[in-house]
Each structure stands twice: as structure tokens, then as C-alpha cells.
Design a protein around this ligand. Structure first.
Ligand code: HEM
Length: 489
């Protein structure tokens, strides 16, 4: 590719010199979001590395990324054909597959409207403004009970272990119309795999790019294939049950609505995008898989930050006490009256950047950016971590400081700064679960902070070092929670 002719007026991409066969993998090291951020200081916001034999363009900087993903959105909207992506949902994933633009767009639209209609559906009682609020409220209350019970029995708990089940239940409720007990072995064994699923990315970034590794025995890769297999059969079983009990006049959940869509389409001779039923119903795989892993990671980090910054935890509790009170559970509509909580969540997204890169993109045609030529089918990494830690955008980017998002009197969140936080991607491939995710993280946190006080075990300092992966997790650890005493108001 280095021999490729560069169109007149454009320049060749800068970047470090690659070694034969392995390219630049040594310079990338085990924390690519840091090493690639360092490289952006030397080579600029558009540069090229080589992972194995494959050139990868790395984009940094808010303006450059905005130009690529929004103004030149179609040029950068593809997904690369990576070896490990073929195992996710058997290659039928909406988020990871290399579907042609027409098919991908049709599936994305379907997924989006299914999510929206089921999250805004009315709750079962007028007490709740929508079914999403009802699910979250019930699961969060149940989580608080669980944590109190576990604290009594064991004296400490693993935050991720319990949060992941609650979050999985919210999305299970919407996708499959069911919930699971916190000790349900089938669900537990599945959701606890998500740690390992995330770590796959660290390894896959090598196997994907250095083809010879695909043929060598590779424990992590095997595990990854196995995890995906178990995940698919879990969902497939539920989908089969839905087909067996499907009733057009009673659409129970997202799975039903997708099946319904397939039935309608068979009658519609004008349907212009050809898609198999599997590709339609397979959307539920994406919604469930992406939905619980990302939100449980965000919440688990949130609890870690509460423990790491006890004075902020106290301020958040006071804010809830004053603006919601302690006699009722916080609801979605309280969100606007809790600016510190909003700022805290924004700062967690920014500071942790637990999705350091978006899902890899791919150019759909020859294009150019900042004067550099980028050929069709080039894999593109978007460095979200860099944008969230760019000293051009943020004062003291490495310090954790929710107040950076608040007005001087603390009563208002600065929306413009809030929008600079890059964690959901942007443009054509922007996350479709963003509204649900923000509401869910907010409501779980509000309820947890109102009812519990979190701390670490005496003499056991917190380890906040992220473990690199597609979604970065903190190390598993034990924490304590004490019930807030109601009589203090
Ligand atoms: C894509 C972040 C929650 C569904 C993405 C992307 C990011 C992201 C960075 C990739 C954007 C790109 O490639 O440029 C997050 C974060 C979440 C979250 C930080 C939680 C805090 C959710 C939830 C759902 C969801 C709850 C569904 C219920 C999806 C789907 C895609 C996606 C389907 C693929 C879109 C496409 O390829 O067209 N998300 N997400 N996400 N997300 Fe989320």
C-alpha cells in the first residue's frame, strides 16, 4: 500500500515506521489508548499505523473526528472485515458486521424504533411514567435489598457481580419480557462472561491483523468463540419460545415486535431491502448484548468513583435529600433537578473513557481528511480517550472533577461542555441506546445513592487501573455498603 499513488494535492499519511510482519504492535503496547494518544502528539490528528500487515488510520481531536464522522459521515460509516467479528452473533450482528449500507441502515432503523417504542411504552401502573422507568425502579430497589442482604451475610460484596444482573434484567424485560433472580445460574454464568468478552478485544486486535495468529492455538480466541456460542444459544432459545407463542394481537416485547415485522414484510411486495428473518430477529442479540455490558460497566465504575471520592458521594446524597427527599424513590423527571449527579455522570464518562475507542470504522470509498489521502476499505480507529483527555478541551484533564461541568453557583450543567464528552461515538454509527443508557445510569445511581453509603474495606486501597478491552472494566474487588438511616432528615 505504500506504493499506492496519492492523488494530486493530497499528502501521504504520516506515522511511525512499521516493522516487517508485526508492523507497529510493539509501540502500541498493552494500553493502545495511551500509546496512540502519545503518537497523536507527534504525528497529528490523522496518522497511520500498521497492525501486522494491515494499515489502520487513527483519528484524534474533536474537530477532526467531527469532520470525518459527521461532515464526511458516509465515507467513514463502514465496518472493517475483521476475523473476530465473524464470531459475534455468527457474523449477523448489526454493530459489528460488514453489512452493505442499505441493509445496515434498514436494520439500524428497525432497532432504533423497536427500542424507542418499548422504552416509552406506558408502565403497568400510573405510578410510572413509562415502562423503562418501571423496570429500572423495580430492579434498583431489588438491587438495594440484595446488597443489604449480602452485606449482612458476608460483610462485603463484589459490585460488578450484582449490578450486572440488575442491568441485564432491565434489558431482558424490554427484549424478552422476563427477568431473572440474582442467583439464577443460567443468567449469572452468561453475564459474568462479559468481563472476558471485553478482554477479547485486547487479543483480537492482534489476531485480527496478524493473520498467522488465527491458525495458532490461542486460548483467549477459543474462549471468545465459546462465549459467543453460549450467548447465541441463550438468546436463540428465548427467540424460539417467542415464535412458538407469537400472537399478532399481543406484542409483548422487542422480540415479538421484530417477529411481527418479518411477518408484515412477507406480505409487502414492495419491500426494497432484502433481509433474512435471522437478520431481523438477530437485532435482539445486539440490543441485549451491547445493552447490559456497557451500562453495567458504567454503573460499576460509578460505584468505584463514589468510594474513591467520599466527599463527592456526600454532596450527591445531600443534593438528593434536598431536591427529591428521602420519602420517595427518585424518578426520571427528577433528573433536571439534580445537576451535581448529572455532572458526576459526565465526569465518569470523560475521566474513565471506559469505551476508549469506538467500534472500528472502515472507509466506504477513497477519501481525504485534513489533506491526507485515505483509500477505500481502510480500517479507522477513533480515539475517544484522546478527545476526553485533550488539554485543548479540558483544564487539568487527568483530575476527576465533576464541578468542571457546573455553573459557578452549582445550579446548572454546562450543556456545551457536556456535549464535548465523547463516549457514544458520533454521526451515522452513533450509539442507538444513548437515551436509554443515560436515563438508566442516572436512575440506578440516584436510587443507590439515596439508599446506600458505599466504602472500601479498611486497609484495602481501591485499584482504579482499567483493564484494557473494547469496554474497559475495573478489577473485580470487594466493597462495603451501609444503609442510609432514614431518621437523619
Ligand atoms: C454502538 C457506546 C449503551 C446499542 C455504540 C458505539 C459506542 C457506544 C461508542 C460505537 C459507535 C461507533 O462505532 O462509532 C455506548 C455506551 C453505552 C451504550 C457508552 C452505555 C453507557 C447502549 C445500549 C444499547 C446500545 C443500552 C441498546 C439497548 C448500540 C448499538 C450500536 C452501538 C446497536 C451499533 C450501532 C451501529 O453500528 O450502527 N455504542 N453504548 N448501546 N450501541 Fe451503544
Amino acid at each position: 500500500s505504500f506504493q499506492e499513488k496519492i492523488p494530486e494535492g493530497l499528502s501521504r499519511l504520516p506515522g511511525p515506521k512499521p516493522l516487517p510482519i508485526i508492523g507497529n504492535v510493539l509501540e502500541m503496547g498493552s494500553r493502545p489508548y495511551l500509546s496512540l494518544t502519545e503518537m497523536s502528539k507527534r504525528y497529528g490528528n490523522v496518522f497511520q499505523i500498521q497492525i501486522g500487515m494491515r494499515p489502520v488510520v487513527v483519528l484524534s481531536g474533536n474537530e477532526t473526528v467531527r469532520q470525518a464522522l459527521i461532515k464526511q459521515g458516509d465515507d467513514f460509516a463502514g465496518r472493517p472485515d475483521l476475523y473476530s467479528f465473524r464470531f459475534i452473533s455468527e457474523g449477523k450482528s448489526l454493530a459489528f458486521s460488514t453489512d452493505q449500507a442499505g441493509v445496515w441502515r434498514a436494520r439500524r432503523k428497525l432497532a432504533y424504533s423497536a427500542l424507542r417504542s418499548f422504552s416509552t411504552l406506558e408502565g403497568t401502573t400510573p405510578e410510572y411514567s413509562c415502562v423503562l422507568e418501571e423496570h429500572i425502579s423495580k430492579e434498583a430497589e431489588y438491587l438495594v435489598k440484595q446488597l443489604n442482604t449480602v452485606m449482612k451475610a458476608d460483610g462485603s460484596f463484589d459490585p460488578f457481580r450484582y449490578i450486572v444482573v440488575s442491568v441485564a434484567n432491565v434489558i431482558c424485560g424490554m427484549c424478552f419480557g422476563r427477568r431473572y433472580d440474582h442467583h439464577d445460574q443460567e443468567l449469572l454464568s452468561l453475564v459474568n462472561l462479559s468481563d472476558e468478552f471485553g478482554q477479547w478485544w485486547a487479543v483480537a486486535t492482534q489476531a485480527d491483523f496478524i493473520p498467522i495468529l488465527q491458525y495458532l492455538p490461542n486460548k483467549t480466541m477459543k474462549k471468545f468463540v465459546n462465549i459467543n456460542g453460549r450467548f447465541i444459544s441463550f438468546v436463540q432459545k428465548i427467540v424460539n419460545e417467542h415464535y412458538a407463542t407469537f400472537n399478532k394481537d399481543n406484542i409483548r416485547d422487542i422480540t415479538d415486535s421484530l417477529i411481527d415485522h418479518c411477518e408484515d414484510r412477507k406480505l409487502d411486495e414492495n419491500a426494497n431491502v432484502q433481509m433474512s428473518d435471522e437478520k431481523v430477529v438477530g437485532i435482539v442479540n445486539d440490543l441485549f448484548g451491547v445493552g447490559f455490558d456497557t451500562i453495567s460497566t458504567a454503573l460499576s465504575w460509578s460505584v468505584m468513583y463514589l468510594v474513591a471520592y467520599p466527599e463527592i458521594q456526600e454532596r450527591l446524597y445531600q443534593e438528593l435529600k434536598e431536591n427529591v427527599g428521602l420519602d420517595r424513590t427518585p424518578v426520571l423527571s427528577d433528573r433536571n433537578n439534580l445537576p451535581l449527579l448529572e455532572a458526576f455522570i459526565l465526569e465518569i464518562f470523560r475521566h474513565s473513557s471506559f469505551l476508549p475507542f469506538t467500534i472500528p470504522h472502515c472507509t466506504t470509498k477513497d477519501t481525504s481528511l485534513n489533506g491526507y489521502h485515505i483509500p477505500k476499505d481502510t480500517c479507522v480507529f477513533i480515539n475517544q480517550w484522546q478527545i476526553n483527555h485533550d488539554p485543548e478541551l479540558w483544564k487539568e484533564p487527568s483530575s476527576f472533577n465533576p464541578d468542571r461541568f457546573l455553573s459557578a453557583d452549582g445550579t446548572e450543567v454546562n450543556r456545551v461542555d457536556g456535549e464535548k464528552v465523547m463516549i457514544f461515538g458520533m454521526g451515522k454509527r452513533r450509539c442507538i441506546g444513548e437515551v436509554i443508557a443515560r436515563n438508566e445510569v442516572y436512575m440506578f445511581l440516584a436510587i443507590l445513592i439515596q439508599k446506600l453509603h458505599f466504602h472500601n474495606l479498611p486497609g484495602e486501597p481501591l485499584d482504579m487501573t482499567p483493564e484494557y478491552g473494547l469496554t474497559m472494566k475495573h478489577k473485580r474487588c470487594q466493597l462495603r455498603a451501609t444503609a442510609r438511616v432514614r431518621s437523619d432528615h
